[in-house]
Design a protein around this ligand. Sequence first.
Ligand SMILES: [Zn+2]
Ligand SMILES: [Zn+2]
Length: 177
Amino acid sequence: MRVPVMELVDNPGATRALSRAVPVGEFGDDGWGAAEGAFRDDIDLDLDLDAVVEGILVRGTVGADLQLPCGRCLVPQDVRVDSDVAELFVDPAKREDDDEDDPGYELIDDRTAIDLSVMVRDALLIDLPVRVLCREDCQGLCEECGADRNLGDCGHRPDEAPDPRWAKLADLDLPSE
Ligand SMILES: [Zn+2]
Ligand SMILES: [Zn+2]
C-alpha cells in the first residue's frame, strides 16, 4: 500500500494524519499466514506520518477484525487485533554509508512515497492471538467421532479407560532410551 509523502520529505517537523479503512488486497500479494482469508473487513489505519531529519516516522495503530477458529472445537470466533506501530522509513539520501547492513524501511519512488504493506502485515501477524478459544471450558471435538462436544453427548468417553488393546501395551515393561 503506497502512500505519497512528497510534501513531508525534506520538511522535518511537518506531519500528516492517515486515518483510513483500507481493503486487505491493497497490502500486496504476500500471504497472511495464520490470518489468511480470516479478515472480515478492511484494515483500519490510524497513523501519524511525521517528517524527521532521517526520513518519515510512522506511528499509531493498525487494527483488523478477523474470524479465527476456536483451537478446540474449530467454530469460527470474532477476534479484534489492534497493533501499535512505530517505524522509521529512512530517506536514502540521508543514509550514512556505514549503516547499510539493515536497510529496513525506506522511502521509495525517488523519495516520494512509502509502502506500508510489510509494516502492516508484520504488525498484525505478530499480535494475532496464539490460541483462540470460544470459551475457557470449551469441550472441543470428540476424538472418536468428531462431534462437537459442546452441543451434546455423543456417547464416547475419551477420558476414560483406554482401548484394552493399548492397555496391554502399557503393561509391558519397555526399555526406555
Ligand atoms: Zn470451542
Ligand atoms: Zn464421539
